[in-house]
Design a binder for this molecule. Structure first.
Ligand SMILES: Nc1ncnc2c1ncn2[C@@H]1O[C@H](COP(=O)(O)OP(=O)(O)O)[C@@H](O)[C@H]1O
Ligand SMILES: [Mg+2]
Length: 256
């Protein structure tokens, strides 16, 4: 099973867009995927157009908000063929408190140890991360082997990348399997010089990890308002073609 975190220390760079469309791209290729929303904003549910009753909080703690026992299988929501989902949202604030109360030596590996699917039941575990650095983000970076980092080709994206590298380095001290596997340039706009400049810098710095960029594409920003992935909303859009290429790249394990 491949375990990937879609992470970057900055909001609005396309993490959720990438997590959802990559997860659906892989699922459409017959891979069995579990997508986990690790952000208190809970945007991933909206992007998928679903409203599961339970999610990651109940999965990890085994309880609902009233303290009633909830079996793990009831917390995982099947959102598409081959695509299962563990919802995030505000309950994750409580989850972070709960994690904070766990014993020091096991606190950082709770997620890793509770997400142990039976061999062969899943091909991919994909985490849609929040930009913040806290006990939950540490848990995610302990539970995965690969990181995909979306970098917007506009604005002060290099700063976010630097901050994120700090996080990654401290996580790699604890999880030696953790690799920065993919750098995904997003919001590529041919009309702006900045897009080309940042792209050029990224290519120089990450020759192996760099992926083909995701273009700025209005269809990608419209799809979530319909609760659809880009493959459902407009399979012929540039955004769909870009995410299909990314799916192929990740699936072929190319790059490294
Ligand atoms: N390539 C793109 N082209 C146009 N809009 C995009 C693109 N990628 C993401 N968006 C939009 O930008 C906003 C932020 O994207 P999102 O994936 O939620 O970022 P993050 O999860 O990093 O905060 C959303 O409204 C999304 O629909
Ligand atoms: Mg997000």
């Amino acid at each position: 099973m491949r375990k990937l975190a879609i992470a970057m220390a900055k909001g609005g760079v396309g993490k959720t867009t990438t997590a959802v469309n990559l997860a659906h791209g892989l699922a459409k290729n017959g891979k069995r995927v579990l997508l986990v929303d690790c952000d208190t904003q809970g945007q991933t549910s909206k992007f998928l157009g679903v409203e599961p009753e339970y999610g990651l909080y109940e999965f990890i703690t085994g309880r609902d908000k009233n303290g009633t026992f909830i079996p793990k299988k009831d917390t995982i929501y099947q959102s598409r063929k081959n695509l299962w989902f563990l919802a995030g949202g505000l309950r994750l604030v409580e989850l972070k408190n709960w994690l904070g109360e766990q014993q020091r030596d096991i606190r950082q590996t709770v997620l890793k140890n509770s997400l142990l699917p039976k061999n062969g039941t899943l091909d991919y575990l994909i985490f849609d991360c929040a930009p913040s650095w806290d006990v939950l983000s540490v848990n995610i970076l302990m539970a995965v082997d690969e990181v995909l980092c979306p970098v917007a080709l506009q604005g002060p994206s290099m700063e976010g990348l630097k901050t994120f590298f700090g996080y990654l380095l401290s996580a790699q001290k604890l999880n030696t399997d953790l690799q920065l596997k993919y750098i995904l340039p997003t919001m590529f706009d041919k009309r702006t010089r900045q897009s080309f400049e940042i792209m050029h810098q990224l290519k120089k710095m990450f020759a192996k990890q760099i992926c083909e960029p995701i273009h700025y594409n209005v269809r990608l920003s419209e799809a979530p308002t319909h609760g659809q992935t880009i493959f459902e909303y407009d399979a012929r859009a540039v955004g769909a073609i870009d995410y299909k290429k990314l799916t192929r790249r990740v699936n072929s394990n190319g790059g490294l």
